[in-house]
Design a protein around this ligand. Structure first.
Ligand code: ATP
Length: 236
C-alpha cells in the first residue's frame, strides 16, 4: 500500500480547473519530485494534500485512509507536513520561537524537546543562532529554519514547495543535502520544484506536471534522459 495515494483529483479556483485528473503514488521511504513550470499547479497540489484546498472530484489517501475531506489541522496531526513556498516564517520572532510554533499539535507537543534536539543536530547553524530574529537571517538560513519548523511537527511525509527558490547555488546544494539527510532518517519526501535538474538528481522517481495534468512519470534516470524533459526543462 502506498503511503500517499492521489486518486484522480481535480481542483478548481472558482470556475478555473487548475489540476485535472491528477493521480500519483508515494511509497514509504521514497523521495518523489513533482516538477513543472511556473503556474503548472505544483503549489495547488501541495495545498490540496494539506487540506487547504478541497478536490472537486477524486480523493487523497494517506496510509490507506481518505484525508481529502479532513481539515488541515487533522492532516497535520497525521504527519503530513508542508514547508510552504516563500517559507512563511514569523519574521519578528526568534529561531527558537519559530521552531516551537512547528510543534503545536498534541502529538508533536509532547516530543518538543526531543525534536528540537534532532533539529539542532541536523542543522547546527540554527542551534548557534537560536536567539536570532528570523528576518535578520539570510535567505538560505531562513529556508533551513522553515524546514526545521516543519520537522518539529514530526512529519511522516514532508512536502517542500520550491525550497531552492531564490537561493545562491551553494545554498541550493546545502538544502538538497539536508533533504537527503532528512530522508535518511526515515521521512518520506515530496519535493515540488521548478529546478528540474536539481530535483531529479535528488529523487528516486518524479512526475512532470504541465498545465494541471501529469504528462510524464518515471524514475529520475528515465526523466533525465527523456527527450521532452531535456528540451523543455533542461535546455539541452
Ligand atoms: P509557481 O511555481 O509559479 O508557484 P505552481 O506550479 O506552484 O507555480 P500554482 O501556484 O499551483 O502553480 O498555480 C496554478 C494556477 O492556478 C496558476 O494559473 C495560478 O495563477 C492559479 N491560481 C493559484 N492560486 C490561485 C487562487 N487563489 N485563485 C485563482 N487562481 C489561482
Amino acid at each position: 500500500m502506498a503511503l500517499l495515494e492521489i486518486d484522480n483529483i481535480s481542483v478548481y479556483y472558482g470556475e478555473m480547473c487548475v489540476l485535472r485528473d491528477v493521480s500519483a503514488q508515494i511509497d514509504s521511504g521514497e523521495i518523489i519530485c513533482v516538477v513543472g513550470a511556473n503556474g503548472a499547479g505544483k503549489s495547488t497540489l501541495i495545498n490540496t494534500i494539506s487540506g487547504l484546498l478541497k478536490p472537486k472530484t477524486g480523493k487523497i489517501l494517506f496510509n490507506g485512509e481518505v484525508i481529502s475531506k479532513l481539515e488541515p489541522y487533522q492532516i497535520v496531526e497525521k504527519g503530513v507536513i508542508q514547508v510552504p513556498e516563500g517559507r512563511r516564517l514569523f519574521p519578528n520572532m526568534s529561531v527558537e520561537e519559530n521552531l516551537l510554533i512547528g510543534s503545536y499539535t498534541p502529538t508533536s507537543r509532547k516530543k518538543r524537546k526531543e525534536n528540537m534536539e534532532k533539529v539542532f543536530t541536523l542543522l547546527p547553524r540554527l542551534a548557534e543562532r537560536r536567539k536570532q530574529i528570523a528576518r535578520t537571517m539570510s535567505g538560505g538560513e531562513q529556508q533551513m529554519l522553515a524546514i526545521g519548523r516543519a520537522l518539529m511537527a514530526d512529519p511522516k511525509l514532508l512536502m517542500l514547495d520550491e525550497p531552492s527558490l531564490g537561493l545562491a547555488p551553494k545554498m541550493v546544494s546545502h538544502v538538497l543535502e539536508l533533504i537527503q539527510n532528512i530522508a535518511a532518517q526515515g521521512v518520506t519526501i515530496l519535493l515540488v520544484e521548478q529546478n528540474v535538474y536539481h530535483a531529479l538528481k535528488l529523487c528516486n522517481r518524479g512526475y512532470v506536471l504541465e498545465n494541471g495534468s501529469i504528462t510524464l512519470m518515471g524514475t529520475a534516470e528515465e526523466l533525465l534522459n527523456n527527450p521532452h524533459v531535456k528540451k523543455a526543462y533542461l535546455g539541452l
